[in-house]
Every structure is written in C-alpha cells, then in structure tokens.
Ligand binder design. Structure first.
Ligand SMILES: C[S@@+](CC[C@H](N)C(=O)[O-])C[C@H]1O[C@@H](n2cnc3c(N)ncnc32)[C@H](O)[C@@H]1O
Length: 270
C-alpha cells in the first residue's frame, strides 16, 4: 500500500489522542493489545531498566503521543523524565494525565502488568494508584519537540540525558531512510556518551489509521535499523523482533508485519 508522507503538521491538525489510545490500546480490542505488542514492549522495557542496567538522572521520552505506558518501568530507574512531542493536543493530554484529571484513558491493565513484572508488594487496592503517583512525580515536564531539528527540543536545552526512549514515533516522523539517519543523529545529540537509546518500533508498515485519518509510516527493516544505529556511534545491546500474525481487520488499521525493540549504548559522537 503506497502512501504520501504525512509530516508533523498533519499530526498537529488531525491526530486525535483519545481515538488513538482507544484504537491501539483499548482493553481487549486494541491493535497493540491483540497482537501482543504492548506486553512485548513493557517486558523489554522492564528488563532494560532492571537487569539491563539502564538508569540515571534524566530520561527523555521522544514522541510519546498521549501515552504513558512506556515510562512505567523507567520511573523506577531515573530521577526525572521529560516527555517531548510535536502536537499541542498530545502534550495537553499528557498534562491532564499528570494532573490526574477524570475521563482520560485507563492505563490500569498496563500498570498492573508492570507492577507484576516488578513483583511489587503494594497493598492490592492501592497498587495501581501508587505506581501512577510515582510516574507523576518523575515525569517533570512535557515539552514541544521536532525530531527533524538538530536540537529536537529547540529552544529548550537540557543537560545531556542518560537515556533517550522513543516508541512508535520515528517511523511516523521520517519520510525516508536518509531522514531516519538524520533523526538518529539528532537524538544522539541529546545523549551522553555511555547513555542509552531505546527504540520501540514496527516493521514492514506503510500506513496506520486513527479514526478516519490515515498517516504514513516509513517501511523499516531490522537490517536497516541495525546499520543506521551502529553507523551513528551506538553498540546494540539487545534487539528482539515480535512477528505478527495476519488478521485482516487489524492490518487494515495498521499494516506492520512485526514489532521490534532495540536497546543501544552510545559509544561515541559521530
Ligand atoms: C503513533 S503516534 C504516538 C506513539 C506513541 N509513542 C505510542 O507508543 O503509542 C506518533 C507520534 O509521533 C509524533 N511525531 C510525529 N512527527 C514528529 C516529529 N517530527 N517530531 C516529534 N514527534 C513527532 C506525533 O505527534 C505522535 O505523537
């Protein structure tokens, strides 16, 4: 399925946070619930932030959209997290979540899953709320971002981070492989040497839908990702692919053939 690149302004104008979360993470029927991608990413992140030894002062989460699941393990390993997304609506949604406003997407199943991975001995009824409070305290700021800029957080300049995490964003933000390589350089500029880049992504896709809007995706392969990451001064410490079974109604919403998780250590500036 061919697609024309939908740049960041298309997200600003057309990306609806609530419809996105319901479509992809909705209990039972969500695309990433049904194909196992959410559990896969949560397991891999838990491992990275525990036995994988990824920890430190600052983690920057790039392109979270309106989602927080990807920070649930990180909030135990970092003193602070900055979330950075392109659209006003996504940042407003995250700010509402930080304020614990009613009527937002319910992350309880994902929070419970991570608490179970962590073997938390919280009093059962308070477990979810306690974990969410921990993340609310650690998620210090939500800021604008454009990954195609040499400083993606311009005009903000942060101290170099110990970790840059990006799940489900770069395949949306890049027109082609050359653009992807530039974006990896831009994200690397936010990281200390010795810090970690974590990418969660999908392979083999060209489009995804959110309500009646369609967005383009760059068709990524494992081979390309290995090369672009290592060519830009990183050593890959963990990489796993999660194949996806064909399911036509789900593929009509998003046509990826697998999910991928990559943990890479920055060994030099390129
Ligand atoms: C599929 S959505 C959100 C994915 C979310 N992280 C998740 O795991 O479900 C892709 C996100 O990429 C963001 N995005 C698109 N282009 C961008 C750019 N040039 N710079 C930063 N973020 C961008 C959009 O605003 C959107 O929030």
């Amino acid at each position: 399925m061919a697609s024309t690149f939908t740049g960041p302004q298309v997200y600003q104008d057309n990306f609806n946070p609530q419809i996105y979360l319901d479509t992809y993470y909705g209990a039972g029927s969500g695309v990433f619930i049904k194909d196992g991608y959410l559990d896969f990413i949560l397991r891999k992140l838990h491992k990275a932030f525990t036995s994988g030894g990824v920890k430190g002062d600052l983690m920057i989460d790039i392109g979270p959209g309106p989602a927080i699941y990807q920070e649930l393990s990180a909030c135990e390993a970092f003193k602070e997290i900055t979330a950075a997304d392109f659209t006003d609506a996504n940042r407003e949604y995250l700010e509402k979540w930080r304020r614990n406003e009613p009527g937002l997407f319910d992350w309880a199943p994902a929070v419970k899953y991570v608490c179970d991975l962590e073997g938390r001995r919280y009093v059962k009824r308070g477990k979810i709320a306690e974990k969410e409070d921990k993340l609310r305290k650690t998620l210090k700021r939500v800021v604008p971002c454009d990954v195609t800029k040499s400083n993606p957080l311009h005009p903000l300049v942060l101290p170099k981070a110990d970790c840059v995490l990006t799940v489900g964003c770069l395949e949306c933000a890049c027109k082609d492989e050359a653009a992807y390589g530039n974006v990896i350089k831009n994200l690397s500029s936010l990281l200390k040497v010795g810090g970690h880049l974590i990418i969660g992504s999908i392979l083999g896709s060209t489009i995804f839908r959110c309500g009646n809007k369609q967005f383009s995706l760059i068709n990524l392969s494992e081979q390309f990702l290995r090369k672009v990451i290592t060519d830009n001064g990183f050593v890959i410490e963990d990489l796993e692919v999660l194949p996806r079974e064909f399911d036509k109604p789900m593929f009509d919403i998003c046509n990826h053939t697998s999910g991928i998780f990559i943990l890479a250590k920055k060994v030099k500036d390129v």
